[in-house]
Design a protein around this ligand. Structure first.
Ligand SMILES: [Fe+2]
Length: 453
């Protein structure tokens, strides 16, 4: 009776252990060295694509033990030699032809004579782990490839590039920066070092020249500014590196980690020393040109005054006439809103508008009373003669047409061409008005002045 009860309990225990054996998520087995499966749990059967353990038992491990790159004979030799296998990564073929990555633990079971009679083992499905590992390796390979490409690009550009941490220590420096500013032996030397390290080293190597290297302090200052602004900044930095003065167009921005925290500063710098030198040369040239222009203006003004004086010395009654006409004409033009250039052309034309009188005999110019018709015709020639004289002088070229037209009248009654209305230049119309008004306000040999307000 007692035996019966014990047998019942043993049977329950075996069933209980079998349930655990089947439900455990790791594949378990016992096989013969010849590749026959004696025991296996359901997890192993499912792992390999079988519906049941019985189906799995039909598998011949000698043929389908492992993938070709790790044949079963290697497994057998190893377990015979070492007695156990601990953590063998291998791939087993599923019934559908796909592979499952397993990590295997196995032990040789020997009989009393020491002969191996079974292999007891466990196979853990590590496919997910292997896939994750593969993804990480691919990402690392991509990163290394990108990083190599970036390094190649960075080291083959003329601009300087860098990244620093919050303590100003270099995290990255390209070749241009190392060669142009830091005087570093290669791009790995600056890593972990600051600008001040290189500044002090450079100055220490050239005690005879305190200005040998001045970029250390300048860089630290602009880094601090980029961190304060917390955004992209542009600086013009001027200083000395390796004993040479450099002008840099510098861009800096905070370096931010994946969480958005600022962890340093990134920057780039382009040397613009030559551009700045050219700018300065252009400024100097502009100033010299301006001076030359002023000298020319002064000479022109003197020439104009002399020409005006020449006419007026031949006719004392018209003394100062052209100068006063010029003042009046410019005042009218300003009142009309004409631009400065037009006013200047008008002023010049007014100052010498009667220059053509140089070709008229002095007796006619200063004759009191009325002129004979022939004398009048001669007088009328002065506007054409004036235009001709002025056109000889290249600088006054725009002025000649105004002089030519200064006796034309809106109703067509003027001379020399009898132009009317819009045919007459606005400058010539203003000059004509100023000429008449000034003449009316002064004495002439043939009449006294008109009162003029
Ligand atoms: Fe005139």
């Amino acid at each position: 009776m007692a035996n019966l009860s014990r047998n019942k309990n043993d049977k329950r225990l075996v069933e209980f252990l079998q349930r655990i054996f089947d439900r455990i998520p790791v594949g378990l087995y016992r096989t013969t060295p010849e590749g026959r499966i004696i025991h296996a749990n359901l997890a192993l059967a499912r792992m390999l694509g079988y519906e049941s353990v019985e189906d799995l038992k039909s598998r011949d491990l000698e043929i389908e033990g492992y993938e070709p790159s790790y044949p079963r004979k290697d497994f057998k030799e190893r377990i015979e030699r070492e007695g156990s296998i601990h953590g063998l990564d291998a791939r087993w073929r599923r019934t559908d032809g796909t592979f499952v990555d397993v990590r295997e633990y196995a032990e040789a079971v020997r009989d009393g004579s020491g002969k191996v009679v079974f292999y007891d083992g466990a196979a853990e499905d590590v496919t997910e782990f292997k896939n994750a590992e593969k993804t990480i390796m691919e990402r690392e390979r991509e990163y290394r490839s990108l990083s190599g490409m970036f390094r190649l690009l960075a080291d083959n550009m003329q601009d300087m590039l860098w990244a620093k941490d919050l303590q100003g220590r270099y995290l990255f420096a390209n070749r241009a920066l190392c060669e142009r500013i830091l005087n570093a032996s290669d791009t790995s030397e600056p890593i972990g070092k600051t600008d001040m390290y290189f500044a002090e080293r450079e100055r220490g190597a050239h005690p005879e020249d305190p200005e040998w290297h001045t970029f250390g302090e300048i860089c630290a200052g602009s880094d601090a500014e980029a961190l304060r602004v917390k955004g992209p900044c542009q600086f013009e930095e001027f200083g000395n590196a390796q004993g040479q003065s450099l002008f840099l167009d510098v861009r800096k921005a905070p370096l931010v980690d994946e969480g958005g925290d600022i962890i340093g500063v990134v920057g780039s710098a382009r040397e613009v020393s030559r551009e700045k030198e050219l700018e300065s040369e252009q400024r100097r040239s502009r100033k010299e040109l301006e001076k030359a222009y002023q000298r020319l203006r002064s000479t022109q003004e003197s020439t104009l005054r002399v020409m005006a004086k020449l006419v007026e010395t031949r006719d004392p009654y018209t003394s100062g006439h052209q100068g006063r006409v010029a003042l009046l004409a410019v005042a009218i033009a300003r009142e009309m809103g004409l631009d400065e250039e037009t006013r200047e052309v008008l002023r010049v034309a007014s100052l010498v508008h009667d220059i053509g009188k140089l070709r008229i005999p002095i007796e006619i110019l200063s004759k009191p009373g009325h002129l004979a018709p022939m004398e009048m015709e001669l007088i009328k020639e002065h506007s054409r003669a004036g235009a001709e004289i002025i056109s000889e002088i290249r600088f006054f070229r725009p002025v000649d047409e105004i002089i030519l037209q200064h006796h034309e009248r809106l109703d067509g009654s003027g001379y020399p061409r009898g132009l009317s209305d819009e045919q007459i230049l606005i400058e010539a119309r203003i000059l004509a008005v100023a000429d008449v008004v000034e003449a009316m306000s002064a004495d002439r040999p043939y009449r006294l002045t008109f009162p003029c307000r």
